[in-house]
Design a protein around this ligand. Structure first.
Ligand code: NAD
Ligand code: UFG
Length: 341
């Protein structure tokens, strides 16, 4: 049985991936500093899976602490690296904190892995690495050297660092997973997305309009070059995304090299498409107001998902309706998220 260290495993995507790993018979060890998550999510992973696992409350910036995790667990075969800060707007006002946490944190992790001869890593990258100049659909071979914000640049830079790590030592197996827009929740309704404060992203905002926590959705622009004028994205069910990680881990167990792989559905949906699908799921009309465009947004992007199919034999299965059903189920059962956690 293989053992996977999951950094950021208490977070939104990490928690869903832990469930899939446990269900598939992997041992997991989770490291998280709870800077954007709560211990309650770990208890819920155990509840869903009926299995327990080792957990370290630690910061990736603390090299001694990261080394200790590997010292105490020599059975670790691979790492899935989710831990990072992810709020685009906040990264513009706190660039130093974002570069330090995401890049230094990753460097500490790589150092500890190298010391302990663990050379398999699956990294949480993002469609944001495609920047603003590539045509859609985004293909992995496109240039990825531009972004519009410090958060995006941390992903561009970490991808480059990992490519350089492989160039220096061909024993490494590295998977750079470029996520599109993960939404939804586990079908149990026990785990889902629980952002702090006012949500920045569309889906958690809609969830909070549906639970009555927010008055209306602000739709950021209806004059884009898209069918209904609102922004189009490739929304992917977080459980599909989690299953993609399972495939990626199995792949890095067996192949050396470095591969960038899109995890998306290949289909675009507009802001109003998502809103209306959510209305169907929750059975009520959700108020919205058209607002000015949000700085840095682009009109439309979605993935070319064929490489994931070829390399991992993975493809997304869930529809927007499934994502809204499960997202509503989580929001309804947890109107205050994980609470005090
Ligand atoms: P999240 O904030 O829910 O999870 C990240 C976890 O990492 C949190 O539990 C946080 O406490 C932890 N963490 C952050 N810095 C840490 C540190 N220095 N040491 C230890 N733990 C730390 O975010 P998520 O949505 O689950 O995203 C996971 C990863 O996927 C992130 O790297 C994110 O940038 C990337 N990603 C997310 C999206 C998205 O839309 N959610 C899209 C593309 C890429
Ligand atoms: N939107 C609204 N109102 C809101 C929030 C969002 O109309 O209150 C619109 C946006 O303008 C955009 C769409 O909904 O057209 C999606 O916006 P999100 O903020 O949910 O997601 P983004 O596509 O902007 O960005 C997300 C993550 C990034 C990641 C990127 C690429 O936030 O971290 O996907 O995967 F890099």
């Amino acid at each position: 049985m293989s053992t996977v260290l999951v950094t950021g495993g208490a977070g939104f995507i990490g928690s869903h991936t832990c469930v899939e790993l446990l269900d598939a018979g992997f041992n997991i060890i989770v490291l998280d500093n709870f800077s954007n998550s709560k211990p309650e999510s770990l208890r819920r992973i155990e509840k869903i899976s009926g299995k327990s696992f080792k957990f370290y409350e630690a910061d990736l910036l603390d090299l001694d602490a990261v080394n200790r995790v590997f010292d105490e667990n020599p059975e670790i075969d691979a790492v899935i690296h989710f831990a990072g800060l992810k709020a685009v707007g906040e990264s513009v006002s706190k660039p130093v904190e974002y570069y330090h946490n995401n890049i230094t944190g990753t460097l500490m992790l790589i150092k500890a892995m190298r010391t302990h001869n663990v050379k398999r890593i699956v990294f949480s990258s993002s469609a944001t690495v495609y920047g603003v100049n590539n045509p859609v659909p985004y293909v992995e071979t496109m240039p990825t050297n531009s972004s519009t914000n410090p958060y995006g640049y941390t992903k561009v830079m970490i991808e480059q660092i990992l490519k350089d790590v492989y160039a220096a030592d061909n024993e490494w197996s590295i998977s750079l997973l470029r996520y599109f827009n993960p939404i939804g929740a586990h079908s149990s309704g026990l785990i889902g997305e629980d952002p702090n404060g006012i949500p920045n992203n569309l889906f958690p905002y809609i969830q909070q309009v549906a639970t009555g926590k927010r008055e209306f959705l602000g739709v950021f622009g209806n004059d884009y070059d898209t069918p209904d004028g609102t922004g189009v994205r490739d929304y992917i069910h977080v459980v599909d995304l989690a299953k993609g990680h399972l495939c990626a881990v199995k792949y890095v167990m067996e192949h050396k090299g470095v591969e960038a792989v899109n995890l998306g559905t290949g289909k675009g949906s507009s802001v109003l498409d998502v809103l209306h699908a959510f209305e169907k799921a929750c059975g009520k009309e959700l108020p919205y107001k058209i607002m000015p465009r949000r700085a840095g947004d682009i009109d439309c992007y979605y993935a070319a998902p064929t490489k994931a199919k070829e390399l991992f034999n993975w493809e997304a299965k869930y529809t927007i309706d499934d994502m809204c059903r499960d997202g509503w189920n989580f929001a309804r059962q947890n109107p205050d998220g994980y609470g005090e956690g």
